[in-house]
Design a protein around this ligand. Sequence first.
Ligand SMILES: NC(=O)c1ccc[n+]([C@@H]2O[C@H](COP(=O)([O-])OP(=O)(O)OC[C@H]3O[C@@H](n4cnc5c(N)ncnc54)[C@H](OP(=O)(O)O)[C@@H]3O)[C@@H](O)[C@H]2O)c1
Length: 293
Amino acid sequence: MSDIFVVGATGTVGSQIVNQLRIRDARVTALIRPGTDGAALASQGVKVVEGSLADPTDDLARAVEGSEVVISAVQGGEDVVTHGQVNLIRAAAKAGVPRLIPSDFAVDLFRLDYGDNAFLDHRKKADEEFASSPVRPTSVLNGAFLEVMTAPFLEMVDWDRGTFGYWGDGNQPCDFTTIPDTAAYTAAAALDPGTAGRPVRVAGDVATMRELHAALERGSGRTLQLRQLGSVADLAAEIERRKAEASNVTDYVALQYVWAMVSGKAKLDPLDNDRYPDITPTKAAEFAHRFAA
Ligand SMILES: NC(=O)c1ccc[n+]([C@@H]2O[C@H](COP(=O)([O-])OP(=O)(O)OC[C@H]3O[C@@H](n4cnc5c(N)ncnc54)[C@H](OP(=O)(O)O)[C@@H]3O)[C@@H](O)[C@H]2O)c1
């Protein structure tokens, strides 16, 4: 039985990773912050320890000792995603833990440059620091979550108005994966020592924006009026316009994710889906059943 340590286990993605690890019979220890309720984790047979990535390395090292893999599914700014995760890998190194899966879960951030995406910059910085660690990282890269793609955050699908807006010509293939499927691939990668030191690229579905639109209509049985919002260059200009007026990075970062996809710059290639044939990921049309009227 494998011993896996999970940070961020109370979060949206982390809780699904814990589910998938338990399905695969892994023994799971979860780090939760003081004041966060770990009862749901404990009731799943997870050993819960209190702590924070802001803690000194010694405390974290004691917590992760004996684990085969540390998985991080934290969310936050540079303090957590860069500095916190660097604390985590240092603690793992000190405790002799051989592998770590960082909280990347994104488009191919290794193909992006600094400045392309404010949130992914923090992850790129952490990943650069990991390169000098004896702990071997495995980034799980899954494209966009279908749950996020079809929600207001990315300003593309509006189920209330019945519209689907897209940037570019609509013909660039993009990668989409559900959160449970990403969690399943993450658990599988954690239990697969052959992924040490290399990213795992997976996609539940690969579709152009036009194909995604058709799949969402087919799966939901609803009509979404297709609207071209502008070219990829127009999108880049819109990001710069919002950036100039922004009071917060959240004013433009969603569009940076869209740009990474529709420009093709952060396309996942090649995909590692075949490495895990036991996982049959959900396609966009099947996912869209939940939006049926
Ligand atoms: N590809 C996509 O479309 C997509 C979309 C959304 C998210 N993601 C990625 O998925 C990952 C997880 O996101 P999420 O939505 O699951 O986040 P979330 O629901 O906000 O959960 C974040 C987790 O991190 C924990 N945490 C935060 N700061 C911490 C600290 N200093 N020390 C220890 N734990 C800390 C939180 O603990 P508490 O319970 O104590 O707050 C929580 O368990 C992120 O890397 C995010 O960028 C990808």
